[in-house]
Design a protein around this ligand. Structure first.
Ligand SMILES: Nc1nc2c(ncn2[C@@H]2O[C@H](COP(=O)(O)OP(=O)(O)OP(=O)(O)O)[C@@H](O)[C@H]2O)c(=O)[nH]1
Ligand SMILES: [Mg+2]
Length: 287
């Protein structure tokens, strides 16, 4: 474990679960009696107002608002490990749109770039909203099979934003290993979020990666870029939260609010082992 300051970048496409992850981490390290491997040690630089607001909404069972594209928020926490060693962990809460722009338009925000030169990286992929490749041949076969005219196949012109999730994500990881961002070998925690929506498939995180994100899986396994990586399934909410803008009320969310401790909502899946300590992937990153 490295002592002192350590920065962790959290990367992920829009609505992948980055902000929810921060909210849940901030809640659990401050919740009385919660047993985490990393614990709250003290405040350091950073935006606590932002973190506190996120954690309040998380406890209330409200979905976070989309992170705004203007003004990235750097949040920073001082944590200690089981050996009482202190580590200061900073994460920028970056809007996913910034990552989309990198991929779609090759546009880079200088502030964002600065935060990406860290040896520890968390990649967040929302398991519930993976966009699969759409094969035109398959669509054509369906249309022809239904006896419809070929124009009904709904073929659209190629646009970068329509690319499959794993294509964008692999490209992002390659960006981090090229040009000025290439700082040598790094650690990568791949978190498949919204695990509560994925677990019904009966697969463990490595299997989900291989089956639903095979291109990402192959990129990591072939190790052309020097990532030391590991995959977890994470449910940072335990289920679906309510939309605060629509004044929504869901029984599913009510059941989560009824749990004894808010941290009981969390699931961290490592192979076949399920725990509720959301700081475990962070501990692995800084070990
Ligand atoms: N069911 C379920 N949904 C989740 C979970 N974690 C996040 N979500 C949902 O995923 C959506 C996106 O979450 P955010 O945390 O806002 O994602 P983000 O990556 O910060 O998004 P941007 O700020 O737009 O980049 C929200 O609707 C969340 O409620 C989870 O553990 N379970
Ligand atoms: Mg966000």
């Amino acid at each position: 474990m490295i002592e002192g300051d350590l920065d962790i970048s959290i990367i992920g496409l829009p609505e992948s679960g980055k902000t929810t992850l921060l909210a849940a981490i901030w809640h659990v390290v401050r919740e009385g009696g919660s047993a985490t491997v990393l614990k709250f040690q003290g405040l350091s630089r950073g935006n606590y107002e932002h973190l506190n607001t996120l954690a309040v909404n998380w406890r209330r069972g409200k979905k976070p608002q989309r992170t705004q594209t203007s003004g990235m928020k750097l949040v920073s926490m001082r944590l200690k490990d089981v050996h009482e060693r202190t580590v200061s962990v900073s994460f920028p809460d970056i809007p996913g749109e910034d990552f989309s722009r990198m991929w779609e338009k090759r546009e880079f925000d200088e502030e964002t770039l600065k935060t990406l030169k860290t040896t520890a990286v968390v990649l967040v992929v929302n398991g519930d909203t993976i966009r699969f490749p759409a094969w035109i041949v398959d669509q054509m076969a369906i249309v022809k099979g239904a006896g419809l005219p070929v124009e009904e196949a709904g073929v659209v012109d190629w646009r970068a934003e329509l690319a499959p999730t794993q294509v964008k994500v692999v490209e992002l990881l390659q960006f981090l290993m090229s040009g000025e961002l290439n700082i040598g070998p790094r650690r990568l925690a791949v978190l498949i979020t919204a695990w509560d929506q994925v677990e019904g498939d009966g697969m463990n995180p490595a299997e989900i990666l291989a089956v639903k994100l095979p291109f990402l899986d192959q990129y990591l396994r072939n190790a052309r870029d020097p990532w030391t990586w590991r995959v977890w399934g994470i449910s940072a909410q335990g289920g679906v939260y309510e939309d605060q803008e629509k004044d929504e009320y869901l029984l599913e969310t009510e059941a989560l609010r009824d749990l004894d401790r808010p941290s009981d909502r969390i699931k961290v899946v490592d192979g076949e082992i399920v725990r509720s300590d959301i700081t475990l992937p962070l501990e692995w990153l800084i070990e």
